[in-house]
Design a protein around this ligand. Sequence first.
Ligand code: UT7
Length: 361
Amino acid sequence: MTYAQITGWGSCLPPARLTNQDITSVMETSEEWIVERTGIKTRRISHVKNADLAHVASVRALACADISALDIDVIAFATTTPDEVVPNTASMLQGAIGATNAACFDLNAACTGFLYAFNMISEMIRGGSVQTVLVVGSERLSSLMNWSRRDSAILFGDGAGAVVVQASDQESGFFQGKLGCIENTRELLAIPDFGLDAIAEHRPLDITIDFHGREIFKNAVTGMAKACTDVISQSGLSLDDIDLIIPHQANARIIEALIKRLGADMEKVVVTLDRYANTSTSSIPIALCEALEQGRVKPGMTILMAAFGAGLTWGATLIKWGDRITPLASTDIDLPPTDKTGLELIMEAIAVRANVADKFR
Ligand code: UT7
């Protein structure tokens, strides 16, 4: 029997911070409202491209697994904010790390993208068609935000996470997953002017998220809870067997409602959104890396991961961690430095956006 085991992990969080207080200078909101309604205190804003964030996270994951980029059979790149659509971002990453032997694909399932990619490639590894896969979740949502929309712009941050998944004969790694998409909920979270329809219909370029927070909230809690209970029961386990829960980091109240609905213990939950906000598809691999760095992952632990996102997509995954909880090697790779603050970076993004909108008018 072949298992799909996580053997390397790495993340990349850009250094510039954007606090709630900073945001009050660009829109009508308050620190209190944001903390109370979301649990978010600050987020990171990238001064580099999405693929650059992914590059650093990936090199860290490869060092952690102590493998060469040449060993990678597939790069699965989950993102909703590709630097360019054609060719895909996975092939850009392939060039950056020298993964000459890898097949490359991007995957868009919004915030559930990492789980979709991880579940799919784990099944490929278990089926024997590939041996070593790099799964990346990477987002630069700050450049997509409409900073005049307080319902959505306060929620997101930039960052990347990557894992190396390898075939193993040790009984560990991915062992149950469930993915889905709730029909007729597409309009709850959408960027309608970000695609060919907008061009075909001669609409002005206005990349703004249509966002129905309350409805998404309800669907997120019910969708993730159902996915979690399904994967737990399908694997013959009970909630007591789950040692650690890594939910998608969208809103502290969503996480608390999910945990309450499951009847689980908040002490088992990994939370990073207070510092990094919602990094969409990157949030689970970033939280996994942090849990490992903080010693919260122990050998043999059963870990439950759950996510939801635009679509509305949903997913849950169970993994059994292997023996190793420390990296095999390290790297000193990092992003190029910046002396810009998060606020300066978003002021630049606002100016670029106004300029682009003018050109398309
Ligand atoms: O990962 C997938 C993407 N993430 C999500 O989809 C997040 C899901 N939804 C949520 O996290 C929450 O619904 C939000 C945080 C977005 C909103 O929280 P809420 O408790 O559902 O608030 P609400 O949308 O019902 O708005 C309540 C009030 C409204 O004012 P009125 O109509 O009651 O007078 C909003 O206009 O809060 C107002 N409001 C704000 N006030 C200050 C909305 N955004 C803000 C803001 N600052 N940033």
